[in-house]
Design a protein around this ligand. Structure first.
Ligand code: ADP
Ligand code: MG
Length: 629
């Protein structure tokens, strides 16, 4: 394989991904094989139920695992799927006696299950799109509660729509599927869809939003759209899972899909580990086996000669205990946050990174200039930024310094659209960034930023953190991969590319944030205190890398820090802020000689040194001497 091909071609990563899909499938196939060949008819019955549970829980995981929002609403989709598929496939004779008042357009279709399923998916898609408009706007507990609301509404409608559902009476005459092969193939298809989605662009977006919604927004990802797509796919799949479940049961009522079932599915998902498809599969297997073991005890049983009393609801109690135990011992579930199977991409990434040259980065197409003019922002009386103007052109490192609380981070937030300015603009050419939606700022390649307090996607690997940023600019997967490898190697992160961000050492996380921003190929890069919390050796190394990037790529860098030495070394022009106002601007020499700056910093310097004597905080005092002298 030639070098450029290796640089850009993610085929070996794809192979690793396929292996992980195969691992999930293998676990399911092994469980089914053991049940069918080892335990006869009973084993086969359990295996059939297990496969249908896999379809339901994998559907649930597509939304919950990727967005981090637990849903109780999937019972609603299952209800729709089971009843609709039942009606479409029922024999006309049975239908006339069971559902005499069925609307004519629904009656007498007698479809085969395979023909009914596409129609059922369409119905599921419609319900998902309608409800997703609301649910995708919400996050966390409010989203969960609204999914519960959906479940309750659909349950009530199913009970009251007697002509279609027989109300709370048993709905019967649904053709039964007892064939293990049919449900096994269905569950394999569900696993393939869920795995493909999870690793896809939209799956990555959803997971990035799950880990840090604000940071994802700044990268140009729309949290609402990412959640809507997850919800729509997941709801459609759950509708089909409901249809399958209905065809297993043959006869059911709205209660069959209500809290009991929903709770069981949520337990399966959480016990296995909700962040991965493999987790969903393992959870289903573990909990289905547990349920069956307990169910035998529920009616009273004889164990080692002792007769156990009959306990009503023992299965539910066991499920509750299972979930408590797992959350206590292994909060990420049995499988943990990763997919089952080899973590092969770690070594693949390492090799690719070694062969990628950081200098391959493209320079901005033309000269650009970030011009902030008259920007002001107050927070309930606190004037954080007062009438600040400055310029940061491409091809130059512009420093922005000022003591803590000077308003530097607020200024960045104003320029990247997290805050709207009270007054003023931040323009590149004729375009006012403060009026542009974040994804436009990113797509047009204007600015990208790092955060003062780390805002990485904790559950994503270092590779995925950078990849998702590159993808958000709208490029192809292949281009995004190339940009990702370039930045990972520019920041010496190739060796740890396969590690999750939350497990990286602090210095690597800080570098990863800059790599993530650079992968978006911005004209102007905003770095908010990139060296904060680093030791002198790390700071020095970072300074070299920033210097190199500024020199090689002709981009503009706005370098923010309260550390004068760091900023002085790198910037050719420096803007100084204090208490929200710009107090000086000029070359490092001019700024050093400025009376106002000396006063602001000497004053702070004394305070800082005094504070350092008083308590041994980790904050370094400002290096006023030596720099200002
Ligand atoms: P710097 O980055 O220079 O240390 P900041 O921009 O973080 O300073 O803060 C400037 C001032 O604005 C501080 O007084 C801070 O408390 C205030 N501030 C910043 N963000 C907010 C906010 N979201 N709500 C209220 N006050 C804020
Ligand atoms: Mg700050």
């Amino acid at each position: 394989m030639s070098l450029p091909e290796l640089n850009t071609h993610p085929s070996r990563l794809r192979a690793a991904n396929h292996l992980r899909t195969i691992a999930s499938l293998a676990v399911l196939l092994a469980a089914v094989a053991i049940l069918v060949w080892g335990f006869g008819r009973t084993g086969e019955r359990i295996a059939v139920l297990m496969c249908v549970n896999v379809t339901a829980v994998v559907s649930l995981m597509v939304f919950c695992g990727n967005t981090g929002i637990v849903s109780f609403g999937h019972g609603a989709f299952m209800t729709v799927g089971a009843y609709l598929s039942g009606i479409l496939t029922m024999s006309a004779g049975l239908q006339r006696s069971a559902l005499p008042d069925l609307p004519a357009w629904l009656a007498g279709h007698e479809l085969s299950i395979l023909t009914a399923i596409p129609l059922v998916s369409l119905a599921g898609l419609a319900v998902a799109v309608l409800t997703g408009g609301v649910i995708a706007r919400l996050m966390g507990a409010s989203a969960t509660i609204s999914t519960l609301g959906l479940l309750i509404i659909v349950h009530s409608v199913a009970i009251s729509a007697r002509e279609v559902t027989r109300g709370s009476q048993t709905f019967y005459g649904v053709p039964r599927v007892t064939d293990i092969l049919f449900v096994l193939i269905a569950s394999i298809i569900f696993i393939l869809i869920a795995r493909t989605y999870r690793e896809s662009r939209w799956g990555l977006y959803a997971r990035a939003v799950r880990d840090d919604e604000d940071a994802a927004t700044v990268l140009g990802i729309s949290p609402r759209r990412a959640r809507l797509i997850a919800w729509t796919l997941s709801g459609t799949m759950a509708t089909v899972a409901g249809a399958l479940y209905g065809h297993i049961l043959g006869a059911f009522s709205p209660a069959s899909f209500y809290l009991g079932l929903v709770f069981a599915h949520v337990v399966m998902m959480i016990v296995g580990g909700m962040a991965s498809v493999g987790g969903a599969v393992v959870g289903v297997i573990a909990v289905t086996l547990l349920q069956n073991a307990i169910r035998n005890l529920e009616g009273g049983a004889t164990v080692l000669g002792a007769t156990l009393p009959e306990v009503f609801g023992l299965t539910t109690i066991a499920l509750g205990l299972a979930i408590l135990l797992v959350i206590w011992l292994r909060p990420q579930g049995i499988v943990g946050g990763f997919e089952l199977g080899p973590g092969a991409d770690a070594s693949v990434l390492r090799n690719i990174a070694r062969m990628t040259r950081p200098a391959d980065a493209p320079a901005p197409a033309s000269e650009m200039k970030l011009v902030a003019s008259g920007m002001s922002k107050s927070f309930a009386g606190v004037k954080a930024v007062i009438d600040v103007s400055f310029e940061a052109p491409t091809g130059r490192i512009t420093g922005l310094i000022g003591p803590n609380g000077a308003g530097k981070s607020t200024l960045v937030n104003l320029m990247t659209g997290q805050y709207t300015p009270d007054r003023g603009r931040a323009q590149i050419g004729e375009v006012d960034l403060t009026k542009l939606p974040p994804h436009e700022v990113i797509r047009q390649g204007f600015v990208a930023r790092s955060f003062q307090n780390l805002r990485l996607f904790a559950g994503l690997t270092a590779y995925e953190n950078v990849l998702v940023a590159a993808l958000a600019t709208g490029v192809t997967r292949k281009e995004a991969h190339a940009a990702t490898m370039r930045e990972l190697s520019a920041f010496d992160l190739g060796d740890i590319a396969g590690m999750r961000a939350e497990n990286l050492p602090y210095g690597a996380r800080k570098r990863l944030e800059i790599a993530r921003a650079l992968a978006q190929e911005p004209a102007i890069l905003l770095l908010d205190e990139p060296a904060a919390g680093m030791n002198p050796a790390e700071t020095d190394d970072l300074a070299n890398r920033i210097e190199m990037i500024g020199r090689d790529r002709n981009i503009g860098i706005l370098l923010i820090d309260h550390d004068l030495k760091f900023v002085n070394r790198l910037s050719s022009r420096i803007v100084v802020m204090n208490r929200g106002e710009k107090i000086a601007e000029g070359t490092p020499e001019e700024v050093r000689a400025d009376a106002g700056v000396i006063e602001a910093y000497i004053g702070r310097g004394r305070t800082a040194r005094a504070a350092e004597h008083a308590s041994s905080t980790q904050d370094r005092p400002y290096p006023t001497e030596g720099v200002l002298a």
